[in-house]
Design a protein around this ligand. Sequence first.
Ligand code: NI
Length: 162
Amino acid sequence: MAILPIRTVPDPVLRQKAKRVKTIDGSIQKLIENMLETLHAAPWRAGLAAPQVGTSLRVIVIDIPEAKDIVLINPEIVKRSGERSLTEGCLSVPGYYGEIKRAEQVTVKGRDVRGKEIRIKGDELLAQALEHEIDHLNGVLYIDHLESQDKLYKTEDETTQP
Ligand code: NI
């Protein structure tokens, strides 16, 4: 296992549409192990998408108190409901956070590390993390959802996030 460097803006890999994983083989399992280790070592955490470690494949990991070490391969949002304003940051946009709108609840389907189809229904922080990480797979960053640039703020300390 290894802690991988996290790509930050304006790295072009963050703007690519990631490719679907066709076969969950050893290289994908290794990528997932490394992504989890990298996420656990991050100064603050919610989730990580493969493009953030330089691999343009549709893989995300999430680690929050209510959802530990969730792995999703080829995740897709199948249902979105509600809308709310919240603050958000991203390891690939260090030193900033912003105010955006996200769904209140999302349902996502994808495959786990063994290839089994799974469905996750999330609200609150889990819904936010799922939308945020799946956005990364489409080359989208939370800063794209800002209503205006004055909704983007500098953090005083880069190791903390809202
Ligand atoms: Ni992010």
